[in-house]
Design a protein around this ligand. Structure first.
Ligand SMILES: O=C(O)CCC(=O)C(=O)O
Length: 280
């Protein structure tokens, strides 16, 4: 077994960036204040109660991937203003995303905000790379997506802490789902509630086995370059009234803004103009 680097909350985005380059993933301890964690958990409580464990998909491949005793739900911006203010607009996360994704794009947007609560007894998830959502676009030299797994409860090896293979971000793009690794190659993102493991779209990872009788409460938030389609169709999940109440940058990240390729055209327009104009 190996370990991920852990950085303190007052680390610079450069330190996070350097750790991502060398290991593919890094823990930032106590990125969210305990009062914010409580607020988010309270905001999500109705959705957590309403969602039953297991996949919403009919396809076996997704049922296996999502896990039979894991609860997942999206649309986090419509469920928690605290998620918008402290996670979607987290200054460290956005500074890292700027540094990481802007060499590949003129902007990025939310890929997905997703609760990933691993239930008691859930076996380990298949190891995978998030970039594999977009196999057509994968290139060794370009970053497409960056993610953060926030711990809303303590993450431990025993309760399903995310398994990461440090260094695997450098593997060839053809290495995809189901990657087999030896036990000494893997690290567990063990961290106290409020911390986040930031990781690249290229690093091999997956949810660990939850051998306890309690939920491992994770909250994933990821960004993808603006010229690719995100995993989650945020503007179709969040109503316009809620969007109107959010800061402009949050709206843009959620898809209520357009994309301009450097030296190219503009996309995701509303009547030829920037989607942000809907809120003028
Ligand atoms: O829950 C986790 O720790 C990771 C899950 C994950 O990587 C995924 O479902 O894509």
């Amino acid at each position: 077994m190996t370990e991920l680097k852990t950085l303190p909350i007052d680390c610079s985005h450069r330190e996070v960036f350097d750790a991502l380059r060398s290991d593919g993933g890094v823990i930032v301890e106590n990125l969210l204040d305990p009062s914010i964690v409580d607020e988010i958990v309270n905001d999500f409580a109705p959705a957590f109660a309403a969602n039953t464990p297991g996949s919403k998909s009919d396809e076996e491949v997704w049922q296996t991937f999502h896990g039979a005793t894991t609860k997942r739900f999206c649309g986090l911006a419509g469920k928690s203003r605290a998620w918008v203010d402290h996670v979607l607009l987290n200054p460290l996360l956005l500074a890292v995303a700027d540094e990481f994704l802007l060499p590949s794009a003129s902007d990025y947007w939310l890929n997905t905000g997703q609760v990933m609560a691993v239930g008691p007894g859930e076996p380990a998830q298949h190891l995978h790379r998030d970039e594999n959502n977009w196999p057509e676009a994968m290139r060794p030299e370009a970053e497409l997506t960056i993610s953060a797994m926030f711990a809303l409860s303590d993450f431990e090896m025993e309760n399903g802490a995310t398994v990461v293979v440090p260094g695997s971000q450098a593997l060839d793009p053809t290495v995809i789902r189901g990657t087999e690794v030896s036990a000494d190659e893997v690290a567990y993102a063990e961290m106290p509630a409020g911390s986040a493991m930031i990781y690249t779209g290229k690093v091999v990872h997956g949810a660990g086995h939850n051998a306890t009788s309690a939920w491992r409460y994770g909250m994933h938030t990821s960004f993808v370059v603006g010229w690719l389609r995100p995993e989650e169709a945020s503007p179709l999940a969040i109503d316009r009234e809620t969007a109107a109440s959010l800061p402009e940058r949050a709206r843009e990240l959620l898809g209520w803004g357009s994309y301009a390729s450097e030296g190219g055209g503009r996309t995701w327009l509303v009547d030829f103009e920037d989607a942000g104009r809907l809120f003028d």
